[in-house]
Design a protein around this ligand. Structure first.
Ligand code: FES
Ligand code: FES
Length: 177
């Protein structure tokens, strides 16, 4: 029997992306990363290794981080996706996590930054204060080639204080505990 591979098989999917309902027809073999970047122009989703190692393609799916290079777009049907574009593009009114990364110099080239910011958003949702070691463990799935990590760790802790205590993070907690 001869089988013929249908390389243009498509599905129409509906999902929420950055708070907006999106309906789109995609090839069934399209990864979530390619769908977000190429079809929706959400180019904060960075592709590094494209096989699940570097974590730079991380997005939030229903609030939990996933590697978008390892998922198909059709698997996200019915789910809520957040990319870093869901935060703020207004320089004068940044999200507290963005403010914290800027204040602590938590980036250099910026390639890993969208993933780091989203991972921070995910882990800080529990409202807990974190030690250096805890943050290092929690961001360990995302590789940064530039910073040596310390400023990213400081940025995550700074962001946590801002989220718990307001804009300047001034609620008397120890810094970098
Ligand atoms: S590009 Fe997805 S894990 Fe590296
Ligand atoms: S800032 Fe360059 S890879 Fe992290």
């Amino acid at each position: 029997m001869t089988t013929t591979e249908n390389t243009t098989d498509t599905r129409t999917i509906t999902l929420r992306i950055n708070g907006r309902e999106v309906t789109h027809t995609v090839a069934t073999r399209t990864t979530l990363a390619d769908f977000l970047r190429d079809d929706l122009d959400l180019v904060s989703v960075h592709l590094g290794c494209e096989h699940g190692v570097c974590g730079c393609c991380t997005v939030l799916l229903d609030g939990e981080s996933v590697r978008s290079c390892l998922m198909l777009a059709v698997q996200a049907r019915g789910h809520e996706i957040e990319t870093v574009e869901s935060l703020s593009s207004d320089q004068d009114n940044l999200h507290p996590i963005q403010e914290a990364f800027a204040e602590e110099h938590g980036l250099q080239c910026g390639f890993c930054t969208p993933a780091m910011v989203l991972r921070a958003k995910e882990i800080l949702a529990d409202g807990k204060e974190r030690t250096d070691a805890e943050v290092r463990h929690e961001i360990s799935g995302i590789l940064c080639r530039c910073t040596g990590y310390q400023n990213i760790v400081s940025a995550v802790q700074n962001a946590g204080r801002r989220l718990r205590c307001g804009d300047a993070g001034g609620c008397g907690e120890g810094k970098g505990s």
